[in-house]
Design a protein around this ligand. Structure first.
Ligand code: GRF
Length: 212
């Protein structure tokens, strides 16, 4: 069994891809808990529909972010998760949270980092006039979308793209890339960078149990 925790603030379409293509299906992967900072987030409903335990940690209920994140870390730890996946979790996690899960927290970003970090990666790439953008999965460090890159895949930008049309293609790619990276983690094929390096080793033998 390879247990993961998913943190999500919003619609949870990436969580749904994980549920549909990995959870209980591939490489012993189980989503052990879904955690959100937003009460009523659609991601929580998706988890409940799949009988996955949920937990909500709104900032207003705690004295500060660090205290909230420690409570969240307690829930993740209690679930037995070996990997924490930020899938549309729209807050920075605190250094105290990351210290509890060294090299075990990954994030999904809808652009090719280090270009277009932050909350508007799709719109920013379009406004800049980039001809190619894409999807990045990276280890999380205390900065904004600044941790070591694990995998990137590209999407061409069309002349007539709008944020919605480009977003549709980026999200479709995200729904394939994130489950694939989690599968590679579960199979022990991803090695975190050594001290002083940012280079992540991904031993992808191109075989996958995922059925799309
Ligand atoms: C994705 O585009 C992800 O890259 C970004 O937030 C979005 C989450 O979408 N970090 P969803 O909640 O999984 O539908």
């Amino acid at each position: 069994m390879f247990k993961i925790a998913v943190l999500a603030s919003g619609s949870g379409s990436n969580l749904q891809a994980i549920i549909d293509h990995l959870h209980g299906l591939v490489a012993g992967i189980q989503v052990a808990v879904v955690v959100s900072d937003v009460p009523g987030a659609l991601a929580l409903e998706r988890a409940e529909r799949a009988d996955i335990p949920t937990a909500v940690y709104p900032l207003e209920a705690y004295v500060d972010r660090e205290t909230r994140d420690q409570a969240m870390a307690d829930a993740v730890e209690a679930s037995g998760a070996e990997l924490v996946v930020l899938a549309g979790y729209m807050r920075l996690v605190t250094p105290g949270f990351l210290e509890r899960f060294p090299h075990q927290v990954i994030n999904l970003h809808p652009a090719l980092l280090p270009s277009f970090p932050g909350e508007h990666g799709i719109e920013d790439a379009l406004e800049y006039g980039a001809k190619v953008t894409g999807v990045t999965v990276h280890f999380v460090d205390p900065g904004v979308d600044s941790g070591p890159v694990i995998r990137q895949e590209t999407v061409s930008v069309h002349d007539d793209d709008t944020p919605a049309s480009l977003g549709t293609r980026i999200h479709a790619l995200e729904h394939r890339v994130l489950p694939r990276v989690i599968e590679l983690f579960a199979r022990g094929r991803i090695t975190a960078p050594e001290q002083g390096s940012r280079r992540v080793r991904v031993d992808d033998d191109e075989t996958s149990e995922i059925i799309w």
